[in-house]
Every structure is written in structure tokens, then in C-alpha cells.
Design a binder for this molecule. Structure first.
Ligand code: GLA
Length: 396
């Protein structure tokens, strides 16, 4: 396979289609779905709370064509391994590596009765690798969008998100919430998505031109993310069980108040108390932040985002030294409203919100230099365009 796009450069859909032609000997169509950053609402989706993510201008690109023989062949320009499935779709998720995501989508569509045949697929992405910007959800949504178009099916964005989420929970085996797939499938240019993960009701919130979104890629690999993530899910389930002994009503942790969590401190014990406190205070911060954003109060919005980071670090314990350092330092820069870790945490990227152009010149160099001197790692800073819907890309 010829050389993929270097990391942090944007994928060229035409070059991807040409690589597909060389690999599979046929013409491809190319589809894109965005990665996401979550502005606030950390670890609330699987706790039934509100989140405020947005789709970004970077994501996953798939070049696809029907295979014609019922088989599926999957290759990537930037991930190892090539995979082939017979028309029955036999193949266990573990043996499939990254291909479990597109294969999971294909299987989920078929199990819902959609007539999807075999396909060949070549994938490439331009999100920072392992950065917590949801490359997996964007691969699922790109595959779903592509298969729907290839086989003449109508799938609305919510169904597309649900198919991707089922593929990841059921087939791949990660207990993630619904936020990532919804953020990718429902991305809208210039808007964030206010999603209630309990009722699944949602609406788009305009971001306005005064807010610029930066990604600070710490270069710190996200260690233990799967095991620690699943442990947080279990701890929340345990905390919910104990709180429900006091008040049986709510079915999610997000349904309790801070007063109730504080009153149950002894029953919860220190660790579960802090996990629950993060969840209920984050619900309140998120609702307030949405109102602040709509009112154009970016200073308050940024402060709440920063508080979200503190709570994620202190009570939920999903941060690390590198991310804490970056959040603290970037928030000292004039014109930066706030910053927090993105995704599950444990390494990866920080999202920073700024007045356009605030982190420039000297401030930017200072940040990178201090980071290098403290951690011996290179900091990469990317500006993200907000909101790009999943779509087919023109090839000329
Ligand atoms: C990961 C999961 C999401 C969400 C975030 C934390 O990205 O995939 O479902 O739980 O972590 O907010």
C-alpha cells in the first residue's frame, strides 16, 4: 500500500479514491464523517445527562464500492491489517482489529433488515491518532453513510447514530455512551449539539464567530483508557444502586441532586461519593453553560468548561499531569475563555476555547516550550473548524 497522509495533515479524498483504484482495481465513491469534541458534559452520556459536543472538520474518510461477489474486503491507509469476510459475515470482532467497527455497522444494518451487500472499503483519517476525538464513531458513521448511499437506503441521522452505537456496544464490545455517534451523525456547520442522553432529545446551538476551538495534542498516549473507562461505568452503576436504596426514582445518576448525593455520603464511601458528585455537578454546569453560550456570555461559558476539567481531574480522576498542565497554562493566556480534557481523558488532547487568534505568536511558543521542558514531549496545536455533516465528497 502506498504512503498514507502524514499525521496532522488533511486527507485528500481524491488521493484516497486513487489508492482505492490501485488496491481494488475499480472506481470508488468517497464519504466523510466528522470526529467530535465535547465542549462540556464529561462522562455524562452513560449517566443519562446532557452533553454539548460538536462535529469537527477532521474525521474519517472511506472510499467504497460494492464488491459484486457478496464478500467484504477492508483495508486502511493508516492502520495495520487487511481483512476479508465471506458473504455470511463470519469473523469475530477481536480478530478483525480496527475493521470490527465497519463490519459491526454492516452487520447491524443487516440485522435491522436493510439489504446491504458485500463491499470493498479503504479508510483513512485525519484526526490526531489516539487523541480522544472519536475516530471510532466517525468510522462507524462514515461506513453507515457510505453503505446507505451504495445500496440505495434511507437512514436518518439518528438511526445512523444508533446503528454505530449498537455496533460498538454489541459487536466491538466497548460500553461507550451514545454521545460520539450522535455528535458525528448530527453534526451541523457552525453549531454544537445539545443532547439529552436520557431522552435522546437534541437541538443545535449556534456557536457564533467569537469562539474559536483549538486542540492541544499532548502526545501522551491514552493509557488504560478501555479498562479505566469501563471501571468508571461500573462505579457509576454501583453508586446509582446505593443512591436508589435511598430514593428509588431516578434510573440514572444524572437524575439525583447534589444535596441527595451529599446526604448519602456515608452509604457511598469516598470514591463513589466523588464519582457521583462529579456527575451531578457536571449536569448543572452543562445546563448553565448552554444558557451562557446562547446568551453570548463566553467568559462564563469558558469558566464552566474549566470547572468541568477540575471536576473531571479531582472527583472523576480521568486526567493526567500533562493535561492538567496544559489546561492551567493555556487558561493563563489573554483571550482564552476556558479549556478541558476531551473524550474519555487519561491522555490525548485538550480542547481550548478562545477569542479568534488569541493563542498566537509568543504565547503559543511559550506554551509549547514550557510543555517540552516539563514533559519532554512535543505539543501540537490544531485549530478545528466546527461542525461538518457526514456526506459524500465530490472527486473533481
Ligand atoms: C468516550 C466515550 C463517550 C463518552 C466520553 C466521556 O469518548 O466514547 O461515550 O462517555 O468518553 O464523556
Amino acid at each position: 500500500m502506498d504512503a498514507p497522509t502524514p499525521e496532522h495533515e488533511l486527507v485528500d479524498p481524491k488521493a484516497l479514491a486513487e489508492a482505492f483504484g490501485r488496491r481494488f482495481g475499480r472506481r470508488a465513491r468517497v464519504f466523510f464523517a466528522p470526529g467530535r469534541v465535547n465542549l462540556i458534559g464529561a462522562h455524562l452520556d452513560y449517566n443519562g445527562g446532557p452533553v454539548l459536543p460538536l462535529g469537527v472538520g477532521r474525521g474519517t474518510y472511506v472510499a467504497v464500492a460494492p464488491s459484486g461477489d457478496g464478500r467484504c474486503r477492508l483495508a486502511s491507509r493508516d492502520l495495520p491489517g487487511e481483512f476479508e469476510l465471506d458473504p455470511s459475515g463470519r469473523g469475530e470482532a477481536e480478530a478483525l482489529g480496527w475493521a470490527a467497527y465497519p463490519v459491526g455497522v454492516w452487520k447491524e444494518m443487516r440485522s435491522r433488515g436493510y439489504e446491504v451487500g458485500g463491499f470493498d472499503l479503504l479508510v483513512e483519517g485525519d484526526l490526531p491518532r489516539g487523541g480522544g476525538l472519536s475516530s471510532s464513531a466517525s468510522l462507524e458513521v462514515a461506513t453507515g453513510t457510505a453503505l446507505a448511499a451504495l445500496f440505495g437506503l434511507e437512514l436518518d441521522p439518528v438511526t445512523l447514530a444508533e446503528v454505530g452505537h449498537r455496533a460498538e456496544n454489541g459487536f466491538v464490545g466497548v460500553q461507550c455512551g451514545i454521545m460520539d455517534q450522535f455528535a458525528s451523525a448530527l453534526a451541523l456547520e457552525g453549531h454544537a449539539l445539545h443532547l439529552d442522553c436520557r431522552t435522546r432529545s437534541w437541538r443545535h446551538v449556534p456557536l457564533g464567530a467569537a469562539l474559536e476551538i483549538l486542540i492541544l495534542d499532548s502526545g501522551k498516549p491514552r493509557e488504560l483508557v478501555d479498562s479505566e473507562f469501563n471501571r468508571r461505568v461500573d462505579q457509576c452503576r454501583e453508586a446509582l444502586g446505593r443512591l436508589r436504596r435511598v430514593r428509588p426514582g431516578p434510573e440514572h445518576l444524572a437524575g439525583f441532586t447534589l444535596a441527595e448525593v451529599e446526604a448519602a455520603r456515608a452509604e457511598l464511601g469516598d470514591l463513589l461519593f466523588r464519582r457521583a458528585r462529579h456527575v451531578v455537578t457536571e449536569v448543572a454546569r452543562t445546563e448553565l453553560a448552554v444558557r451562557a453560550l446562547e446568551a453570548g456570555d463566553l467568559a462564563l461559558f469558558g469558566r464552566l468548561v474549566r470547572d468541568s476539567h477540575e471536576s473531571s481531574a479531582r472527583d472523576y480522576e480521568v486526567s493526567c499531569e500533562e493535561l492538567d498542565h496544559l489546561v492551567a497554562k493555556v487558561c493563563e493566556v489573554d483571550g482564552v475563555y476556558g479549556a478541558r480534557l476531551t473524550g474519555a481523558g487519561f491522555g490525548g488532547c485538550v480542547v481550548a476555547l478562545q477569542r479568534p487568534g488569541a493563542l498566537g505568536g509568543e504565547a503559543r511558543e511559550d506554551l509549547a516550550r514550557t510543555y517540552r521542558e516539563t514533559f519532554g514531549r512535543e505539543l501540537r496545536i490544531l485549530r478545528l473548524e466546527p461542525g461538518k455533516a457526514p456526506r459524500e465528497l465530490p472527486l473533481r
